[in-house]
Ligand binder design. Structure first.
Ligand code: AMP
Length: 215
């Protein structure tokens, strides 16, 4: 299913980012992670970064109007071709806005994949997550450690913990997911082709299941 247009849904810590990077690479889709785009904007100190930073630190969502501008710019700049959205949409309003943008671009969502993980598993997973600030690679000190402790396998940079992966903020992000993002499961379940993948277990197996769902 090369070049397809896919939305990846799932709670924070479901492995969306890890899986999205692999699947997009293997199946020739552009990986668009709104979380990565926002973190880059914060690092660069751009207007967008300044507006988003406070919300992100608290584990709250960045306002829909800001996100819509960002996603519209990204998708328009791509021209044709496939993409995999990771972390967008996250509210009903964003889902509706996305379908308007796609209509204007003459595009459709081919598949929505939900990575399903129980909340108890997530707190543990996220607090042991480490990320590369340079190339955005994602590791886990328990389930997916780098070859050299504390160093990125891809580029050698020192790994860090995201400030929003501290326990209190993780719990807040899960609440936000339940309130604002989980309703999208029903929305896409009735409008589009939604496939549920179990997100607990081996990274390679989950990856294979997602690829199967896209074929
Ligand atoms: P993520 O890396 O996807 O977990 O995103 C990190 C943070 O960026 C989130 O907790 C939000 O503060 C913000 N963010 C990312 N994507 C969105 C979105 N679609 N809508 C609102 N906020 C977002």
């Amino acid at each position: 299913m090369a070049g397809k247009r896919v939305v990846l849904l799932g709670p924070p810590g479901s492995g969306k980012g890890t899986q999205a990077a692999r699947v997009a690479g293997d199946l020739d889709m552009k990986h668009i992670s709104t979380g990565d785009l926002l973190r880059e904007a914060v690092k660069a100190g751009s207007d967008l970064g300044k507006k988003a930073e406070g919300y992100m630190k608290k584990g709250a969502l960045v306002p829909d109007e800001i996100m819509l501008g960002l996603i519209e710019e990204e998708l328009s700049a791509l021209g044709g071709g496939g993409w995999l959205l990771d972390g967008f949409p996250r509210t009903m309003r964003q889902a509706e806005d996305l379908s308007r943008v796609l209509e204007r671009l003459g595009q459709d969502i081919d598949r929505v994949i939900l990575i399903d993980v129980a909340p108890e598993v997530i707190v543990n997973r996220l607090t042991s997550r480490r990320v590369c600030p340079k190339c955005n690679a994602v590791y886990n000190t328990e389930s997916n450690p780098p070859e050299t402790e504390g160093r990125c396998d891809e580029c050698g940079a020192a790994l860090v913990q995201r400030p929003d992966d501290e326990e209190e903020t993780v719990r807040r992000r899960l609440e936000v997911y339940e309130e604002q993002t989980a309703p999208l499961i029903d929305y896409y379940g009735t409008h589009d082709d939604l496939v549920k993948v179990r997100g607990a277990g081996d990274i390679d197996e989950i990856n294979a299941e997602i690829v199967r769902a896209l074929r």
